[in-house]
Design a protein. Structure first.
Lengths: 314, 314
């Protein structure tokens, strides 16, 4: 048995070291330097080259190094074996930190107070809303969306969620499917997007969606937070909606093109906050341990968990 | 029965309206325009003039409009009746928002990413710590400190607390008294001060305390957050400790003198974040309802709650 790493845009050597630390007998090799393709039973991938996994006739499973798997399904010659996403408490917690921090910074008007400090102005906004009057709406209620929702709820926000299929979550009102999307948007002051990228969700964050968000909230809004995937958003629409006042602010961790091109107007827009796709940085050790644990259990006869549904692509 | 308002630095008329809305028969009057001093059974105060409460021979209780009561005990001629502080879920929640937001902003290095954005730099810090490796220490474990502690814990931080007397809190390691203060400081990367101002705590946030904070943490530190009272801190020491590197950053909601004087160096120090004593703005309606509820129950024979211990002054 061996592991083949097909990694682009991250440090293959580092991942090889972290994964190799988990095995004493099985080789962990970096494609294309694979000693014996027939020995490869597992592939660990990040933006692998399309077609490059087809050489392994004994391949049993493909692992993503992140929560997203759109980079895997981008391969039209993808072998027909289970695709497993990473679900890791560390990554989940980091995403929730980013979400909670930016919701708080918006509600508490941190940008305004930063400006006031720069001008030596001592003044408090009398209209500071209570958290329960600020309506956060989370698109995507998988592991990440649920965790962020519960933490926002603990802080006191009024939280609802939207997902493709109906969900029951304690303390969080849920909306499901295309039919309930408008009602969800109409009650949302701060929209948090944690959706997977699929053919259905590509470009979903566009001008027509922004227009349906609440405009009567207790905080200046509406506000968009996107930490899902850049291809979920139409950046020209975000800029236009910020200019027209349809959107009040945007906090973006992901972009149509990454790194965000130098010439993008998003960099210097006063109502845009940018993070370099690090809302939830993977902890390599934790992820290597997750993948190793899955493979060891699978080899011992247990089923794989967190297998992606090919039809839904998440 | 009547209520006398002794309010300085806040809008007396506004408070009169909010409190009067709770009573149909009893007058709510603003000192010094009191119709009948002998009818005054309750005083509602904020920085009242020393000696001004001595005229009410039938006074039964004094209420503070905020969580702090140091402004009341500053009066050497304070009548010997119970002093009641405001405990209000709304105020508590707002304080925790401020604490959680600033702890997150520090851990997630928001200021650095803001700077990077201004320079169009796309780069992620590989040393981003996990929340469990960031040690927040809360000084003051009353209602505010406990709520902030539990919410920080939910986000994932490693939280401990210090108070004058021993406390048992679930999931939060506690230290008590002068004897355990050094051990508490030695394990603290982010120090959150929510102490009451008493003769014992005045000036406690000084250079000698800052030197005892942890210097080996997973985040650049140590960091001071103070939302207690300005007189807890020695601002000259904060500035000096920031210059020498003994402190890495300070987030201050309260100041020795408020409003913070225009000439203060704190305004423009790059490692200082200032908010205008609004970490937990009182919601006048909620506070008026709290005071009215207390008085009505007391009139009906129930004991007052949240009565301040005169010896401890909190």
């Amino acid at each position: 048995m061996s592991l083949a790493l097909h990694i682009n845009g991250m440090d293959s050597d580092l991942w090889q070291a972290h994964l190799a630390a988990q095995w004493h007998d099985s080789p962990v090799e970096i494609w294309p330097a694979i000693t014996d393709p027939n020995a490869v039973e597992y592939a660990v991938t990040w933006r692998h080259q399309a077609g490059s996994l087809g050489h392994y006739r004994n391949l049993r499973a493909i692992f993503s190094l992140g929560a997203g798997v759109d980079h895997i399904f981008a391969d039209p010659q993808l072998p027909d074996v289970p695709v497993v996403r990473v679900v890791d408490g560390d990554l989940t917690g980091r995403m929730s930190e980013w979400v909670v921090m930016h919701c708080l910074m918006h509600m508490r008007q941190q940008r305004m107070y930063d400006w006031q400090q720069s001008e030596r102005i001592w003044a408090s906004d009398p209209l500071q809303p209570a958290a329960q009057d600020v309506r956060v709406g989370i698109m995507g209620l998988g592991v990440l969306g649920q965790d962020a929702g519960h933490k926002l709820k603990t802080i006191g926000f009024n939280v609802a969620g939207w997902a493709r299929r109906p969900r029951q979550l304690s303390g969080i009102e849920t909306y499901a499917g295309a039919g309930e999307l408008d009602a969800f948007l109409a009650r949302t002051d701060i929209l948090v997007c944690l959706l997977p990228l699929t053919p259905e969700t590509r470009g979903i964050l566009n001008a027509s969606l922004f227009e349906k968000l609440a405009r009567d909230g207790a905080v200046p809004g509406p506000v968009l937070l996107n930490a899902g995937r850049g291809q979920l958003q139409v950046e020209a629409d975000i800029l236009e909606s910020l200019e027209s006042g349809v959107l009040r602010a945007a906090v973006l961790d992901v972009f149509e093109q990454e790194p965000l091109p130098q010439e993008s107007e998003l960099w210097h827009h006063p109502a845009v906050t940018i993070s370099p796709h690090n809302a939830a940085i993977s902890n390599p050790q934790a992820i290597a341990a997750f993948i190793a644990g899955q493979i060891k259990a699978f080899q011992a006869g247990a089923p794989l968990t967190h297998v992606v549904d090919r039809a839904r692509q998440y």
